[in-house]
Every structure is written in C-alpha cells, then in structure tokens.
Design a binder for this molecule. Structure first.
Ligand code: KIV
Length: 273
C-alpha cells in the first residue's frame, strides 16, 4: 500500500496519530531497542517505535519484564532516539518506577524524556495509577496507556493467558479505558484480549487503541520486532505473524563464516591489506 495518508509527514506526533484514528488509517507500531534496527524501522516509515520493557526478555534474556531498570530503559531509548527521525518514539516506564507514588512516577518519566530524548512514555494499568498518569501529563509528557494482559503484573495474573474473557473483567477494562482517556492518555495499548472486547473499547473511546493479540478492530497494531522477524524462536502465540525467519538465516550465515575461517577461505587476497 503506497497511498496511505500520513506517509510523507516528516515527524509523527500524537496529533497525527489522532488524525489517523479519526480518518480510519491504521497505526503501525513495532518495538526496537537499539540503533541499527531502529534505523531500519524508520527507513520503512513505521509510525511508532516502542522501546518496550520487553527488552528485558528479548535483549537481556529475563523470563519476565520485571527486572529491567530505568537506567537500562534509558540506555535502549537513547540508542533508538539517535536512529529515529520520523516515527514517534514511546518508552515503557519499567516495573517499580511509577506504581509507588506519583512523584516517583514523574521523576522516572522526566529522566526518560531528558536523558533519552523520547517523545512519550507508556504505563501499564488503569484507575489504580491515576495520580501517576495525571502528574506526568501535567508536566507536559504524553502518556500511552496499556490494558489487558499487562506483563508487569504477571505475578498477580499467574499466567500469560488471554485476559477479559469474563464479562466482569471486560467491563472493568472498558471502564479503565474510558478513565485513561479522561486522564489525558493519547493512546491505549490493548494486549491479548478477545477481539470483540477490543472492538467495544475502541468504539467507546476517542483516542487511538493499539492492539497486540486483540483482533483487527483496534486503531492500530503492535508486535515485538524480534518475534515478527523470527529472530526469537521459543515465543509462538497465536496472534504472532512471522514475516521472516531471520534466526535460520543468521545461523546459516554464521555457519558459513565458521566454515570459511576453518578452511582458510576467509579472508582471501582481495580481503586483506
Ligand atoms: O514491552 C512491550 O514490548 C510492550 C508491547 C508488547 C506492547 O509493551
């Protein structure tokens, strides 16, 4: 598709995302954690780059997102910001840096904005983090919400199964989404919930919703870059579409390099001084 409405904007802003939502153009978001891959995402004209705390899993090999620190998120975010000119860069506030009190939340968000140069932050949760969200937005920092399967609460959920399959939880999620909009969030991620619930939420709020495992009625979609490129292998949820099998190609290329070194085939005469 080459004729989408906002392809040629120099910089994607939260206002542009709202226009996309209003005009029915879907928003495409992917994660990135480093300079090289973020450069490629921006070249491809992705709308939003999320420096997700999934960096804890993908980059550092932790089982959950809980261990990643604010310093580590700032490191990843500043690498991404140096690469990106066009996309909106959103950064996750990691576990333990905003739930305690709103002053700590504001300090964490300010550190991310000042030290990385990102455009916005993302927080997981609804009504229970109201003060943090409002305080951050009051300071002029745009906030993206995140509802449904919120991985920072995995120890409370006990499972990565689909959320909001029961009406009571779906109702709570719908109410939380409306509250996030009221608090001033510019967008809301909906993770791993039934498509029909995501549709209800998307129709009930005026800000863009971005789905992951939430069907196609949301205003946009997000995937973890390493999953959709097939760099990661173990993670294979139903919602994941793999656009490539990079792990196979990388293992093949590295295998060939090893062979060439062992066989004295690399470097050859043209590859030396
Ligand atoms: O950390 C992350 O990558 C995320 C997305 C899965 C939405 O929060």
């Amino acid at each position: 598709m080459s004729d989408y409405l906002y392809r040629d904007v120099n910089k994607v802003t939260t206002n542009i995302l709202q226009k996309m939502r209003n005009e029915g153009e879907k928003i495409a978001m992917l994660t990135a954690y480093d300079y090289s891959l973020a450069t490629l995402l921006d070249m491809a004209k992705i709308d939003v780059v999320l420096v997700g705390d999934s960096a804890a899993n993908v980059m550092a090999g932790y089982k959950t997102t809980l261990p990643i620190t604010l310093d580590a998120m700032i490191y990843h975010a500043s690498s991404v910001v140096r690469a990106v000119n066009r996309a909106l860069v959103v950064v996750d506030l990691p576990f333990g840096t905003y739930q305690g009190n709103s002053k700590e939340a504001l300090n964490s968000a300010i550190r991310i904005m000042k030290e990385s140069g990102a455009d916005a932050v993302k927080l997981e949760g609804g009504e229970e983090i109201r003060e943090s969200i409002e305080r951050i937005i009051c300071a002029g920092i745009p906030v993206m919400g995140h509802l449904g399967l919120t991985p920072q609460s995995i120890n409370k959920f006990g499972t990565y199964a689909v959320r909001a399959t029961e009406e009571a939880e779906a109702e709570k999620l719908l109410k939380d989404a409306q509250l996030l909009e009221k608090y001033g969030c510019f967008s809301i991620v909906l993770e791993k919930i039934p498509a029909e619930v995501a549709k209800r939420v998307t129709e009930a709020v005026h800000v863009p919703t971005i789905g992951i495992g939430a069907g196609n009625a949301t205003s946009g979609q997000v995937l973890v870059l390493h999953d959709m490129l097939g760099i990661t292998q173990a993670f294979s949820p139903r919602f994941l579409r793999r656009y490539h099998n990079l792990s196979e190609e990388i293992v093949r290329a590295v295998g060939k390099y090893i062979e060439d070194v062992k066989n004295l085939d690399f470097p050859n005469e043209t590859e030396q001084y």
